[in-house]
Write a protein that binds this ligand. Structure first.
Ligand SMILES: [Zn+2]
Length: 267
């Protein structure tokens, strides 16, 4: 397609990575239909672009969580699947995007643990894994043997919310990784929310090891604003609260940002 900002690459049979704006999107196609996991926040029509990659109808979207960089393109689809928590915020553009026109009048289907979205001989099972966001779910594609983990199963995981307190705990993230590892026999690859291809499923084990390493008392380096990645959202979209409590931990090729007051669950 000419004039499009979208780029794609085929990851494996009937599975594409789409790079647009905001997050990384994935087109997953079964015998009957295709579905786009996370839709970015480009104002260009990602549904139309995804449809150009396959003959099967691509009318559905699904979101790993409710952050607008993952949900902004939902309105180009007939329906979006997401968690109940995601539904509360998915239609709220980030401050820097409020002046732009997004189609936001789309029906939402709420899904939770154990629900299956069937694309025709290609089921996607929902697994709730809230930490980076209270709304996070993973999609387990047992046919393609891929786990779509959003921002929870990624090389860089950010465990703080856009508020002073409370924050998600490292322990909660660890529990989620343990939950995913119970299904470890059913996937070989991980696709993450801002990734650039198929990552090895061992990433889940490394993240659990990393969580436990922090929980054992190994403290990350103090967070410094100058560490900000130029690809991060503008300051009005990403407000840092109480940075004196924030730490950045690096371990075996993964980075976890967390709040030192929220390593362990508060009981
Ligand atoms: Zn996010």
């Amino acid at each position: 397609m000419s004039g499009t900002i979208f780029r794609s690459k085929l990851l494996c049979d009937n599975t594409w990575l789409i790079q647009g704006e905001g997050c990384t999107s994935y087109l997953v196609v079964g015998d009957e239909r295709g579905l786009v996991i996370d839709t970015g926040f480009s104002t260009q029509n990602i549904q139309q672009y995804a449809q150009s990659l396959t003959d099967r109808p691509v009318r559905w979207a699904a979101n790993t969580h409710g952050h607008f960089d993952h949900t902004g393109g939902n309105g180009w689809f007939e329906r979006a699947f997401m968690s109940a928590e995601a539904a509360k915020i998915a239609k709220t553009p980030y401050p820097s995007k409020r002046a732009l026109r997004y189609p936001l009048d789309y029906p939402v289907t709420v899904v939770g643990d154990g629900d299956v979205i069937d694309l025709g001989n290609r089921p996607l099972e929902v697994i709730e894994i809230p930490a980076h966001a209270p709304s996070s779910i993973a999609f387990l594609d047992t046919k393609g043997r891929i786990l779509f983990g959003g921002d929870e199963v990624a090389r860089g995981v950010m465990l703080y919310w856009q508020q002073p307190e409370p924050q998600p705990t490292v322990e909660q993230h660890a529990r989620n990784m343990e939950k995913l590892l119970k299904r470890r026999g059913e996937f070989d690859f991980v696709c993450s929310g801002h990734g650039d291809g198929l990552d090895d499923a061992a990433l889940v084990e490394i993240l659990l090891e990393h969580d436990r390493w922090i929980m054992a008392g190994n403290e990350g380096t103090p967070f410094a604003l100058r560490e900000r990645d130029p690809n991060e959202p503008p300051p009005e979209d990403l407000v840092w609260y109480q940075i004196e409590y924030k730490r950045t931990s690096t371990f075996k090729g993964t980075t976890i940002g967390y709040d030192i007051r929220y390593v362990h669950d508060r009981r």
